[in-house]
Design a protein around this ligand. Structure first.
Ligand code: SAH
Ligand code: NI
Length: 455
């Protein structure tokens, strides 16, 4: 092996991208990861650091640049990871993210060259996010809102977040200015002092209703009335202002205590022609038009009929099950966040749907209960968080004879792992459709169809 020293310079070609969008370079088989370097580019690379198996380098000079490079991207979006793929042309982002799914299926599920469908692009490729979680910190003595530099908690002040709805950016800037004006203190996580930790803003895509959440270290909120008056006067679309108290020192954004500061404790949006109340602790897909495309694909894969009993596991506020409930016999939903289950029940009512049952609990437990109680689903739809499905969920689900499992995943690695288990238990992977809910970032969603092949 070549011996590498810090600050050595090599002339090399970038051969690939990592999952998170760094360029990959190999020198005598030893990999270096290089920020802001695209496949095909020839660079002079400076060695930053090395370890046993891999190293980090940085671009000293671009000798050639990729035809797919986007040149007008603000580098803060790469440095913070707000848009870790922002330097790559959108069509190439889609190709790369699809390729990663193909590779994971090949590596984990031993499915070489599985015909993963072309990724469906997002209707909007910038300004799409309906939610922002913005850290508030003091930078050189001034309260700032922005984003952390990757792998650190150094705040980079940002005003235009590029992938968020611009109305959300406006609210964040106004909040920052009001916090400064009223002399409120930014959180200091090293000393665990200060007051405002995060500002979370949600804006319903269809209705424009806005919710603002102040995440604070303590409950008592100095000068809150003046601040709320000014903010709601400036933004009549604000329907809800909440406070969340988080006294812990960890990385979780929310603590467990919520206070309603203004208006109501939810906002209402419309998806696939149905209305949804969304409360602060509930999950809601951040890219509404692209999520509608994803749900429509899942419903297409489910191939539902009027006699079907369907399980909607990890149901959130009900956005998937409620969009097809009128086409089937019954929908059973399970979700662990109580506030989201309350939303789902109310959302069923709002849309005049009464053939749904929502249970609060862990899907892996409730799925087993349903099997014991004799619920016989024809289709099981799952939409778990990144860690994927629990082994006990998979064994219960595979034991009840559903004709298909429709699996929505935000993490192809755990999806591929779970596919292996379903295949061992009598299902076969038929289709995988990536849908890009997260343009300019390395994230992507997919929907997979598994059908029953043996009893
Ligand atoms: N289908 C919904 C939510 C998907 S996100 C939508 O499209 O909006 C995943 C959801 O799973 C979140 O609402 C999260 O609270 C929930 N969840 C996480 N772990 C869970 C578990 N073990 N059992 C049930 N729900 C869980
Ligand atoms: Ni990732």
């Amino acid at each position: 092996m070549t011996n590498f020293n810090k600050n050595d310079i090599f002339e090399v070609q970038v051969i690939d991208l990592t999952h998170e969008g760094a360029g990959v370079v190999k020198i005598d088989g030893y990999p270096f990861f290089v920020e802001n370097a695209l496949p095909g580019e020839m660079i002079e690379m400076r060695v930053l650091k090395t370890s046993k198996k891999f190293g980090f380098g940085k671009v000293e000079t671009y000798l050639t640049t990729s035809e797919h490079r986007v040149t007008d991207i603000n580098l803060d979006y790469l440095r913070t990871g707000i848009a870790d793929f922002g330097h790559l042309a959108y069509a190439e982002q889609l190709k790369f993210k699809r390729k990663q799914i193909v590779e994971l299926l090949s590596k984990t599920a031993h499915k070489a060259d599985f015909p993963v469908l072309e990724a469906i692009p997002s209707p909007d490729v910038t300004k799409y996010r309906n939610k922002a979680s913005i850290p508030v910190r003091s930078v050189n003595g001034v309260l700032e809102t922005g984003f952390f530099r990757k792998h650190s908690h150094t705040l980079v002040p940002v005003e235009d977040f590029f992938i968020q709805q611009p109305e959300i950016d406006e609210v964040v800037i106004a909040v920052r200015d009001l916090l400064r004006k009223f002399g409120l203190k930014a959180y200091n996580e090293i000393e665990n002092t200060g007051f405002v930790r995060n500002v979370v803003v949600r804006r319903a895509h269809a209705t424009g209703e806005i919710m603002v959440i102040f995440v604070t270290r303590k409950a008592s909120f100095f000068k809150v009335d003046g601040l709320l008056n000014a903010l709601t006067k400036q933004f009549p679309a604000i329907k809800s202002i909440m406070q969340n108290v988080n006294a812990s020192t960890g990385n979780n954004i929310f603590g467990s205590d919520w206070n309603l500061l203004f208006g109501q404790d939810f906002i209402t949006d419309i998806m696939l022609e149905r209305k949804y109340d969304i409360s602060a602790p509930s999950f809601y897909q951040v890219n509404t038009p692209a999520a509608e495309v994803l749900y429509a694909k899942a419903i297409e894969f489910a191939d539902l009929n009027a006699e079907d009993v369907v399980i909607d596991a990890y149901s959130g506020i009900g956005t998937i099950g409620l969009s097809f409930a009128d086409k089937v016999k019954h929908v059973y939903g399970v979700e662990v966040v109580e506030a989201a289950v309350e939303n789902a029940r109310k959302n069923a009512e709002l849309n005049g749907i009464d053939n749904v049952t929502y249970v609060t609990g862990k899907a892996e437990k409730v799925m087993g209960d349903w099997v014991t109680e004799g619920v016989k689903p024809d289709v099981i739809l799952v939409d778990p968080p990144r860690k994927g499905l629990d082994e006990s969920f998979i064994t219960s689900a595979a034991s009840v004879g559903a004709r298909s499992i429709v699996y929505i995943s935000c993490n192809a690695a755990t999806f591929a792992r779970d596919v292996v288990r379903f295949e061992e238990l009598g299902y076969a992977l038929e289709k995988v459709q990536p849908v890009d809910l997260f343009p300019q970032t390395h994230h992507i969603e997919l929907v997979g169809l598994l059908t029953r092949v043996k009893a």
